[in-house]
Design a binder for this molecule. Structure first.
Ligand SMILES: Nc1ncnc2c1ncn2[C@@H]1O[C@H](COP(=O)(O)OP(=O)(O)O)[C@@H](O)[C@H]1O
Ligand SMILES: [Mg+2]
Length: 650
């Protein structure tokens, strides 16, 4: 159990707000390079800068591979010489040659073994480094993207892309160097074979084009299937993701069976492609393998006859056969590698699609960092639409520094959109937003976000301790600071009642807590960073009115030190504001003191009364009993009688 060290009322928050950058020094260094921005280039050349940012393992590995390949090519020739040295006439007169050859072959084999091991280790290291770097590059990029990108992309697709596509590229880069070096060994082997016996060499290689043609055919058949496999795997991932995240909804509507069926259908589709590709390779692979064996049989028969005729040394025939095996190898796997290449290309294409997605938020180099933000906000002729429909229409208003303003409007009128524009989650289509006279597009995004703290109606909690959730925006906060913020948000008491107090780990997204408790943690989190601009967007909608009024007491104490924007329906919340801005269908129709507006603007009362009715239909804090709810509604109606008058008088 966590024992708080300070007692009584929470202390005072600092008056002055400083910009102290947090989390700008990564604990793990970022990749030194990113992909080549030139979209016309081949995928490999685009990835190369990342690969080359860590070039020594790669180049060292490649060098060792080529080196051991050359050693490997020399061995069959030496074996041939060894066979020839066993001939009685030679071995009797000069046995030294035989032993020298044995020693040389053993020596080369050992070197080859060591070189090959180190070489493939280095290549593996380089390709895994690329995997890690590519992952960092993608995740770093995610955070620069505008929210409109996430609006139109399925998260399951993104996760699946980031994981399986990176893996595909890593695998290709691991396999490719091995196959490339073995293809190179083909050149050496072919030269040897042609130098021994041109006709035997050419005729033994006749099967190779066939092996190659078949493996290409195999690739042509399996490539579309592999592409389809990845797409369908992503479909399955999306459904699984939704099933897990949406399970409360699924269960409450008793749609488990439908979801299971949906998944089964997607799994069936995935199964079909996978079986289809197994089908294709089951036919072609044995064909390709047996063709290679046929080539070998031909060499033994025809070559054996040449040896008997005395046209070819026995040693050469032995070497010849070893070379034939060696040169067929790469061609057998060439089709597979080309397929891997196609896969990697497709994967790279999808990754580039994400990385080429330019951040819609324009970021200049020389951006301003405000150290002390006063918090004067000014919207100048702002228009904005998510898609086609204009949400905000030529909106202009000012919020003075340290002013507390309530934005009131019907659901869907664009209140939250105003906040999203202020935080540059989206950029305005027209007009501009200034803070302290500086256009927010000239501010660095980090600086902007440092000064603005938002509390949304459904605060996202991470599955870490309550303390870490509150200290999310200020990880180095002291225990006292955390407790102080929790007290101001009326969260301290319920936190102490949880099993481990501040160290209780909240379940995924905080679902072990009630809606109102989550909101209180959200408020504490925002208060802790002591922002210049505090935004509460429906932030108390699920909090019991009694608790809310206590939170308001601490808020009134804290609000006058910062600019505060309240988006709320409850009169108790609106009453906290110095001024109310009334938003209707993306336009500001009035602005002024609550009482004045009640008397002069009938639309204002109308909006309020509609919201009050809507509020009563919504369930409040889970802790609220029926008794409390009845009392709350009657309180609300008494309190709101003025508001209703205006609304119903037309
Ligand atoms: N990400 C989005 N993509 C497209 N339309 C959106 C998006 N978010 C909100 N909208 C639409 O914009 C309008 C205003 O939304 P919002 O600002 O959230 O309203 P409010 O907060 O006043 O309830 C609504 O009609 C809503 O459907
Ligand atoms: Mg909203």
């Amino acid at each position: 159990m966590y024992n708080p060290t300070i007692e009584g009322e929470g202390g005072e928050f600092k008056d002055e707000v400083f910009y102290e950058p947090v989390n700008i020094e990564p604990r793990f260094s970022d990749p030194k390079s990113t992909i080549d921005p030139d979209k016309t280039k081949n995928w490999f050349w685009r990835v190369l800068p990342i690969l080359m940012s860590n070039k020594w393992p790669l180049l060292g590995g490649l060098f060792l591979m080529v080196f051991t390949m050359i050693l490997g090519v020399s061995i069959p020739a030496l074996m041939g010489m060894l066979v020839d040295s066993i001939e009685p006439a030679i071995i009797n007169s000069d046995p030294k040659v035989f032993f020298q050859l044995i020693i040389l072959i053993v020596f080369l084999s050992v070197i080859r073994l060591i070189g090959g091991t180190i070489g493939s280790y280095q290549i593996g290291k380089a390709s895994n480094q690329l995997e890690a770097d590519l992952r960092s590059v993608i995740y770093n990029h995610f955070f620069t993207l505008s929210f409109s990108f996430f609006d139109k992309t399925q998260t399951g697709q993104l996760i699946s892309r980031a994981n399986s596509d990176i893996k595909t590229i890593q695998m290709f880069l691991m396999i490719a160097p091995m196959l490339m070096t073995s293809l190179l060994s083909f050149v050496f082997a072919a030269i040897y074979m042609l130098s021994v016996h041109v006709f035997l060499a050419l005729s033994s290689m006749i099967a190779i084009p066939l092996v190659f043609a078949l493996s290409v055919k195999l690739r042509q058949l399996t490539f579309p299937l592999s592409w389809l496999t990845q797409a369908r795997q992503a479909d399955v991932a999306v459904i699984v993701d939704e099933n897990i995240n949406g399970q409360r909804i699924i269960k409450s509507f008793a749609q488990e069976l439908m979801q299971v069926n949906l998944l089964a259908k997607a799994a069936k589709k995935l199964q079909w492609v996978q079986v289809r590709s197994v089908d294709v390779s089951a036919f072609y692979n044995p064909l390709i393998e047996n063709l290679s064996v046929l080539g070998s049989v031909f060499v033994w028969v025809y070559g054996g006859w040449l040896v008997i005729e005395g046209e070819l040394a026995l040693g050469s025939l032995v070497a010849f056969n070893m070379y034939l095996m060696m040169i067929q190898m790469p061609f057998r796997f060439l089709g597979w590698m080309l397929m891997l290449e196609q896969r990697a290309k497709a994967s790279a294409g999808r990754i580039f699609e994400i990385l080429d997605e330019k951040s819609e938020l324009l970021q200049d180099k020389d951006q301003v960092n405000i150290k002390h933000m006063k918090g004067h906000i000014s919207f100048k002729n702002v228009s904005f639409s998510y898609a086609d429909e204009l949400i905000l229409k030529d909106l202009s208003f000012d919020i003075e520094a340290n002013e507390t303003v309530a934005i009131v409007g019907q659901t869907g009128s664009g209140k939250s959109t105003i906040i999203r524009l202020l935080s540059r989650f989206y950029d305005c289509d027209e007009g501009g937003i200034e803070i302290d006279g500086i256009n927010i597009q000239d501010l660095s995004i980090k600086n902007l976000h440092h000064h603005i703290a938002q509390v949304l109606d459904e605060p996202f909690l991470f599955s870490v301790s309550i303390k870490d959730n509150i200290a999310y925006g200020k990880p180095d906060a002291t225990d006292e600071e955390v407790i102080q913020a929790a007290k101001a948000a009326e969260a301290h008491e319920f936190i102490q009642e949880t099993s481990d107090g501040y160290y209780t780990v909240v379940g995924e997204r905080g679902y072990t807590l009630s809606g109102g408790q989550r909101q209180r943690l959200g408020i504490a989190r925002a208060l802790l960073v002591n922002p210049s601009i505090l935004v509460l967007d429906d932030a108390t909608s699920a909090i019991d009115v009694n608790i809310e009024s206590k939170i308001h007491e601490s808020l009134t104490r804290l609000l006058n030190k910062r600019t505060t924007i309240l988006i709320a329906h409850r009169l108790s919340t609106i009453n906290l504001a110095d001024r109310v801005i009334v938003l209707d269908e993306g336009k500001i129709i009035a602005s002024g003191k609550h009482e004045e507006l009640l008397n002069s603007v009938s639309r204002y009362s109308e909006i309020l009364s509609q919201q009050a009715i809507k509020n009563d239909n919504e369930s409040q804090d889970n802790n609220e009993t029926d008794e409390q709810q009845r009392k709350r509604i009657s309180d609300l109606l008494n309190q709101d009688s003025d508001a209703f008058k205006g609304g119903f008088s037309e």
